[in-house]
Design a protein around this ligand. Sequence first.
Ligand code: GLC
Length: 571
Amino acid sequence: MSKLKWWQTAVFYQIYPRSFADGNGDGIGDFKGITGKLDYLSDLGIDALWLSPHFPSPNWDCGYDISDYENVAPEYGTLEDFKIFLAEAHKRNIRVILDLVLNHTSDEHPWFLESKSSRDNPKADWYVWADTPPNNWQSCFDGDAWTYAPERDQYYYHYFMKQQPDLNWHNPLVKNAMWDAARFWLDLGVDGYRLDAIGTIYEDPHLTPHTVPMNLAELRRFSELARTSAEIKLKEKYWHDMFKNQWGQPGVHDLMKELRAILDEYEGDRMLVGEDDNIAFHGNGNDELQLVFNFPLMRTERLTPSHIRRNQKERLTQLEVLPVTGWACNTLGNHDSSRVYTRFGDKQHDAALARLHAALILTLKGTPFLYNGEEIGMTDYMLTDITHVKDTMGSWYYHAVVTDMGVHPDEAMQRTAEMTRDKNRTPLQWSNNPNGGFAPPDVKTWLPVNPNHKNGINVRDQQNNPSSLLNYYKHILRVRKNTPALIEGEYVPLNNTAKDYLSFLRTSVGQTVLIVLNFSEKQQMLDFSRTKELKDHSLRVLFSSAVRSGADLTPKKLNIAAFEVFVAEVK
Ligand code: GLC
């Protein structure tokens, strides 16, 4: 495996700094807190961290509205605290990548304050300005994409909230300033970046209007009420048509090549992973991003074997046709999406399904990204009070539908709780103490702690329970680390039509591993004796979620228990 790069062998873990660990007892996560949990992370068996933004921010979009790219938000600590965190992580062989938000800054960033101050200041065209709104474009978070600035008597463009003005990337000075910011953290030793919303960096130069007969709030409401397949199809078409002129425009690949060249100036294989699923961001396989998330895998209601097989076939084939084969990157959850446990559960077998999903992400070909709290089965937490909502896109939506559409506040609140990303950003549950051990008991945490921390969904209880989800994650992460084929092996699908279970091989020079994931409550009696890689061989179990004797098994009569995760080496 020595020829693989660190980001190909690593398991990544996303930390949402505001919610991970509170080191100073103010109800907000911080670097002291994160540093204090590095041993936990190391013991869990992860190799790299992606930190959501930790920069100073007015927090209209929970840190994705940055007002200073070269500093640490005071509530998270100081630059010195960051340096200590980074050194301590590296000491434990844990790499660290940061979030780089290129498309927009905060409207409180000095660049924007200067840009909006007059039409002829030196930064006048660092953002996208127009005398009148040139079209009907929408912001994907809060309605109109053009907002009036009285100082210039002009409108500025924002794909996200009005507090997140889009930078004008056609201006080389913008590029230089942002590349300086990127270098700032690379100079400090960070191992790379997760690139935020790269698809939105450029807009259609002709500013072509969208053709959807409604605005954003109406489209959201229309989507919620869509029931028939015709309505669902139309809803998807509308979402696509509403934003198609505002993302995926030419120019971004040259930009990514420039950024990659900067990273390549540094020692130590600094890397980029893009928040986009378009494999075009791999460039020729060696000149843009090393990793691009396989979001289509998680873009489904249910993770069924046939969906997974279809996705793997499509994705791995796409990666192979690049001039230099691209490396896959799989994830099932992040700070923008419903928690894996809730989203892909069925409310009956959630615990078993969570184990299958963890096994899936850790045995498929490609670099896995986990989201903090996934390892203890944290669930979505539905807020019931609009004053608790911190995700501005949620509160904007609530007020839009209550005021403009007359939706009853109770119903609006329920919809808001479901759509807001607050539900999957609540503080990490470290123990069954009040506030889940995240913050001192008498402190008001920035978002409420999910009360289910009292029912075993917390780190400490699970550490003490050998059959907990946490110990399951630790075990399977260890097996992955010790099994080269699970990291470097090719993916070979078996049983291409089985509805209930997924079976595939990972094959590397010198090792073949069989993985069977039984997604059903039915036991499966499988016969792999005609599979060429398995016939005349026996199977040595490396990992199973069922109770098994240590004896080798024959591929001819393989009995797989209900919901079993079965991983075995072919002998
Ligand atoms: C990305 C982030 C999301 C943020 C948005 C705007 O999609 O993941 O959290 O709101 O970009 O920066």
